[in-house]
Design a protein around this ligand. Sequence first.
Ligand SMILES: Cc1ncc(COP(=O)(O)O)c(C=O)c1O
Length: 497
Amino acid sequence: MSTANHVAAETAAGTATGTTPVTARGDAPAAGRAPAASAPAAEGAPAPGISNANLVARDLAHVWHPCTQMKDHERLPPLPVRRAYGCWLEDYDGRRYLDAISSWWVNLFGHCHPLIGAAVAAQLQQCEHVLLAGVAHEPAVALAEELVCIAPAGLTRCFFADNGSAAVEVALKMSFHYWQNRALTRKRRFVTLANSYHGETLGALAVGNVELYKRVYAPLLMDVLTAPSPDCYERERGESWADYSRRRFEDMRALLERHAEEIAAVIVEPLVQCAGNMRMYDPVYLSLLRAACDEYQVHLIADEIAVGFGRTGTLFACEQAGITPDLLCLSKGLTGGYLPLSAVLAGERIYEAFYAEYSAQRAFLHSHSYTGNPLACAAARATLQIFATTPVIEDNRRLAAHLAARLAPLTEHPHVADVRQTGMIAAVELVRERATRTPWPAEERRGWRIHREARARGVLLRPLGEVVYFMPPYVITEEQIDLMVNVAAQAIEAACG
Ligand SMILES: Cc1ncc(COP(=O)(O)O)c(C=O)c1O
């Protein structure tokens, strides 16, 4: 079957099963919000010569997609996206797909948000990019000021990079280097949690723990200490999240006690291990960990790249435990999903360990060409402006409650082992046999089938294994949540029934 035929089959399936053509001019903005993007007024004709079929054919001739077995595209071509607005992605036939995963968890306020777009456009007239070494520019200065204001207390220094993995590399190197500068040269190992994910560059991969991404590269990776995950899917029947998280912390404490002298830092994803199948745990684990890190003189690195900026129900997940990490990694939602940017926030104690005469050779010399790019900083400032001027966290509480209510019936489904949620992240864990929680054989690829079925019905889902999750933009409406969950339920039925 040719690529063009694949697209035709896909498109026909979309029509037959109810993929939503664009009829309305836009979606009503959520109450109390800055206006979300609506369908652009001038729909216009697609650029001449571009159609779903030929874009996909050109794509498959040259683009090597991330996180993809390219041969899968023989059966399901990449989704051609002509434009995006609000929660919608639209193809060249005017069919639209609900972006239920915020384009890999980056988008907060919808695609083509007018305020963020305007801020980037205005910055484009001033300065598109300038290096940040030895140069000060207002977008980076103002963003650093704003981030230290909203971050957990005590984080006063902001080091920019340009993606999440780079932020993790920065945090690991900064921690290690801090101890070197303090002449505690034995402190060079990192502690990570089982089932964690921190990115895919070699350092980030080493402190991550998801087999799928790590296995092949294991010979290249530094050795780390791994503590069991507090992931509450594994708790005993009747045991509370808090009790289980507390119980799991004992393993972490033992590890810290045994190896404190050689440990630089513990790195965790606060509250939700996102790429690790959206497994969740109780904030008490973070409180205990903070206290133990202080006791054993070990840095705590909070990787809030996925969970920061309101995803878990508070602006930062660490707030729910009332803690300040030593290093805080931010990215993804930082720019509202507009442009690549990341930041690592640190306190004065860490900063001062690097501050010395040049001859002391203590400076932190990490750099990336696009560090602190002004356009990305402008997008980030506009994003923070939306948080400052609209009740995002409160509105999300209502949306999260609606999502929980809509997902509730799925708890009874014969192939559902668990439905869990933390704020605006929800997940449905599917198994072959509910009573024993026996997973589906991986080679059956039920999750991938669900992705295909949902896409044919106009919703973009990307299950992690057999875990269907929802992480929509915050401008999603209750009606769109209903659509998202209904389609997910239909897709589960079609793929697992
Ligand atoms: C918790 C966490 N850390 C780090 C990363 C890596 O970010 P990036 O994909 O921007 O490199 C991710 C990406 O999903 C993540 O979820």
